[in-house]
Write a protein that binds this ligand. Structure first.
Ligand SMILES: [Zn+2]
Length: 618
């Protein structure tokens, strides 16, 4: 998840130093404006994390021990921190205490931890504690879980929140391997973005190992009353006991997705692929933590209709986790590729007409974002400039959907066969490395465009990557299944009663398209008729529900009030919350309602959501 800036690799480095750098160091030199670390001087390569989880005090405490490489013989190494209490720092195997300081930083980036080292220092151990307000951590009380008996904890590190629970060089351009030992209360199981235990043990101490190097934003931990269920040989699900059955049914096809993904873009490089189903306050649809995707329970629709989200998170095992955006200004390289890949997986499983529906819905989201931001807004370029801002602001549909349609455009220009071969080569060439927009475009020119002027014009790199909005000649996606929905909609608009509409075996995507087409202004009678015929207000499908609530709010359809409030209090997924709260604030009465609900719901939301909503509702 995140956005981009026109920084050229090494631009901040003095010339003589540039000349002496290896290719790998050059890669690290891509300036990341969202980290204080200086990895061209001294860089962490491996982390041994040893922490206790204290639910009573809402604190993680322990030690982060790094194996470091001092590249220039410098006398300091810099880590990112935010709201961390640093107790002591030690050097080497003999654990000699060393001096350190926390410099002034800012609210978003936190404070740099500057540790005094020696030219030959290979190991740095930091004793630290988190604070209850650590933004990455959400501590849930038992009432906020499905089982209602035990507390629950989960992390969300992307984009720059890893530094709120581990002192770390928190840039996506830096990769580390890690091992961890985590102590938790006895009734609970801990899991991480690593090789995981599958059952609880007697002493509540769990060990983890991640042998492939990962960027810091993929550091992840969750602790709760969790149980595990195998799905396939290499796939499985962690969830609370109250949720495991529903999850196992919903995600039964995850093994097929893995097979389809490997067929498209090469071997899965992370051994296992498991899911962790979180309580509903999780702020995102999913988070692609390696080996263990964290997923919202709002996709448990009971009919497997929202599982493209799993295809998306799985696709990140290639685009993002394997080949990683070097800075948040290149976020489209993570998300645009992943949306494209997600829809290719869904096409393999369910056919072209299914994937076409996803493209059209994504295009609608993109149009909305473009209208919202203004088509000339520099933030609608694929390559962003997020300097001085929270990189979270780059997490928009531009990176996801405009990025996807750029790749669709390339596929159309060169043909699918050539494009697939190109993507395979891209993933294998840059595996376990960071990449940026320039690096990708160089590879594109070398491997695909190859000096063909006509092809270069068709692909139109400048129009897509560096210009705002969409290129004028872009053809909007079409869906044959949606064309049928549009016929039904026309019949309704021409007076056919809702109860007589032929909605056949519509999937949730077709329902969503129908609801999105409904006019902004509807009579109470129209709303009631639709609701009576299709039971939208009580839908078990969160996508349908969220789209319907927008109409209910605009048309002051009070029959949906109770369900709306219940939804907002229970669900913390930002994608749903933002448009709903926004719609409420459009009128004074709605704003009053929004503030009353928010007061009740806010304790259930993760900081990622409250940062956005506090601003919206102030
Ligand atoms: Zn994603």
């Amino acid at each position: 998840m995140a956005g981009s800036l026109q920084l050229v690799a090494c631009s901040s480095q003095p010339t003589n130093e540039k000349q002496n750098m290896s290719a790998e160091q050059m890669q690290h030199a891509t300036a990341d404006v969202h980290s204080f670390a200086q990895p061209t001087q001294a860089v962490a390569r491996h982390l041994d994390l040893d922490i206790d989880v204290d639910f009573d005090r809402k604190v993680l405490g322990g030690r982060a021990t790094y194996q470091i490489e001092n590249l220039t013989g410098t006398d300091k190494i810099i880590f990112d921190t935010r709201d961390l209490d640093i107790e002591k720092v030690y050097l080497g195997e003999e654990m000699t205490e060393t001096t350190f300081r926390l410099d002034e930083g800012d609210k978003v980036l936190g404070r740099p931890l500057i540790v005094d080292i020696k030219p030959d220092t290979k190991k740095v151990t930091i004793a630290y504690r988190t604070r209850p307000e650590a933004a990455a951590l959400q501590w849930l009380n038992p009432q906020q879980t499905a089982g209602k008996k035990h507390p629950f904890l989960f992390t969300q590190s992307q984009a720059i929140l890893a530094r709120t629970w581990i002192p770390i060089q928190d840039s996506p351009g830096i990769r580390i391997t890690y091992k961890a030992k985590v102590k938790v209360p006895k009734a609970l199981l801990a899991v991480m973005s690593a090789e995981n235990p599958v059952q609880k043990n007697e002493n509540g101490v769990y060990t983890f190992s991640m042998e492939q190097p990962i960027p810091s934003y993929l550091m992840a931990l969750s602790v709760g009353d969790l149980t595990f269920r195998n799905i396939g040989e290499h796939t499985g699900i962690y969830a609370e006991p109250a949720t495991i059955e529903a999850a196992a049914y919903e995600f039964a096809e995850m093994d097929k997705m893995l097979v389809a993904a490997e067929k498209l873009y090469g071997r899965y490089r992370w051994d296992r692929y498991d899911l962790l189903v979180l309580p509903p306050s999780f702020p995102f649809g999913g988070m692609e933590n390696p080996r263990l995707t964290f997923v919202t329970p709002t996709v448990l629709a009971k009919d497997r209709s929202l599982t493209s989200l799993i295809a998306h998170e799985l696709a990140h095992s290639w685009s993002g986790n394997l080949v990683t955006n070097a800075t948040w200004n290149d976020f489209w390289l993570n998300e645009g590729f992943t949306v494209y890949f997600e829809r290719r997986i869904m096409e393999e499983l369910y056919g072209r007409d299914y994937a076409d529906m996803l493209h059209v819905l994504g295009y609608q989201d993109l149009q909305e974002t473009l209208a919202d931001k203004g088509a000339d807004n520099p933030d609608t370029r694929l390559k962003l400039d997020l300097a001085g801002r929270d990189p979270d602001e780059g997490l928009t549909d531009i990176a996801y959907e405009k990025g996807n349609f750029f790749l669709v455009n390339i596929e159309r220009a060169v043909g699918r066969e050539r494009f697939d071969a190109f993507l395979n080569k891209y993933f294998s060439t840059f595996a376990f490395e960071s990449t940026n927009t320039d690096k990708f475009l160089d590879f594109l020119r070398k491997e695909l465009i190859q000096g063909d002027a006509q092809l270069a014009e068709q692909i139109n790199v400048d129009g897509w990557v560096y210009a705002p909005g969409l290129p004028a000649d872009f053809k909007a996606p079409r869906s044959s299944r949606f064309a049928k929905v549009e016929q039904v909609y026309e019949a309704w608009k021409n007076g056919k009663p809702a109860a007589q509409l032929n909605t056949g075996d519509w999937s949730s995507h077709e329902w969503l398209h129908f609801i999105r087409m409904l006019p902004e202004q509807m009579s109470q009678q129209q709303m009631a008729d639709l609701d009576k015929a299709f039971n939208f207000t009580n839908s078990g499908n969160s996508e349908v529900l969220a789209a319907w609530f927008l109409h209910a709010i605009r048309n002051n359809y009070v029959s949906a009030d109770k369900a709306l409030e219940e939804f907002l209090v229970r669900v913390g997924r930002r994608k749903f919350l933002v448009p709903i709260y926004k719609a409420l604030t459009a009128s004074p009465a709605g704003k009053k309602k929004a503030l009353a609900i928010y007061a009740k719901a806010r304790p259930n939301y993760h900081a990622v959501s409250t940062v956005t909503l506090d601003e919206l509702l102030k």
